[in-house]
Design a protein around this ligand. Structure first.
Ligand SMILES: Cc1cc2nc3c(=O)[nH]c(=O)nc-3n(C[C@H](O)[C@H](O)[C@H](O)COP(=O)(O)O)c2cc1C
Length: 179
């Protein structure tokens, strides 16, 4: 597979994740770093992807730890893994924008609105899960947009695994790596 085709396939799969709910790249691991330098990891859903500008978008609660961490350190990593094709993609990103979109929030299905309207902020200790209270008139729905800076691809395949790295710095031309 040529380097060009590897990158084309990565972008195709990320686009596919928006359209197919069962796509392995729909859910991915997002890493940020705390002020103390400790990594934080969590699963999130890919909500938008722009192949041309290489932008990736997630939805979240404005009060979540990830928002706080990305405000102080804009760099993060996204980990995608396709269990059937044995493909791992790690994208280093720069957080470029946290957007407050009240109009978009209004269009969300009612159960989804719950994810962004708890009265107390995410991560607050509670007596039991049914003790959470919501206020739909005050939402904390945010979009976070990330700019891809570099991408590392690994496909496990006998007899030769394929590993490659791409970066915006070298205009995404890419280079193969020892797996
Ligand atoms: C399947 C799954 C999908 C999730 N999707 C999102 C998501 O799209 N956005 C989000 O903020 N949290 C999502 N979460 C919750 C996060 O993993 C995390 O627990 C939460 O956002 C708090 O993270 P933080 O305190 O590190 O900011 C998801 C969790 C699971 C298990």
């Amino acid at each position: 597979m040529t380097l060009e085709n590897i990158l084309i396939d990565c972008k195709k799969q990320l686009t596919g994740a928006l359209n197919y709910k069962k796509h392995p790249f729909r859910y991915f691991t997002l890493a940020s770093t705390s002020k103390d330098g400790i990594p934080s990891l969590r699963t999130v859903v890919l909500r938008d992807f722009c192949p041309k500008k290489f932008l990736l978008t997630i939805f979240t609660d404005a009060r979540s730890k990830k928002v706080e961490e990305f405000k102080s350190n804009k760099m993060g990593k996204l980990l995608f893994y396709d269990t059937s094709r044995l493909i791992q993609i790690i994208i280093e990103v720069k957080m470029i924008e946290v957007i407050n979109l009240d109009n978009h929030f209004k269009t969300l299905p009612e159960p989804s609105k719950k994810d962004y309207t708890s009265i107390t902020k995410p991560g607050t200790k509670i007596q039991s899960p049914d003790k959470v209270k919501y206020n739909y008139s005050q939402n904390y729905f945010r979009k976070i947009i990330f700019q891809a800076v570099n991408l590392e691809y690994l496909k496990l395949k006998r007899p030769t695994h394929i590993r490659a790295t791409f970066s915006s710095e070298d205009k995404w031309k890419g280079s193969y790596l020892v797996p």
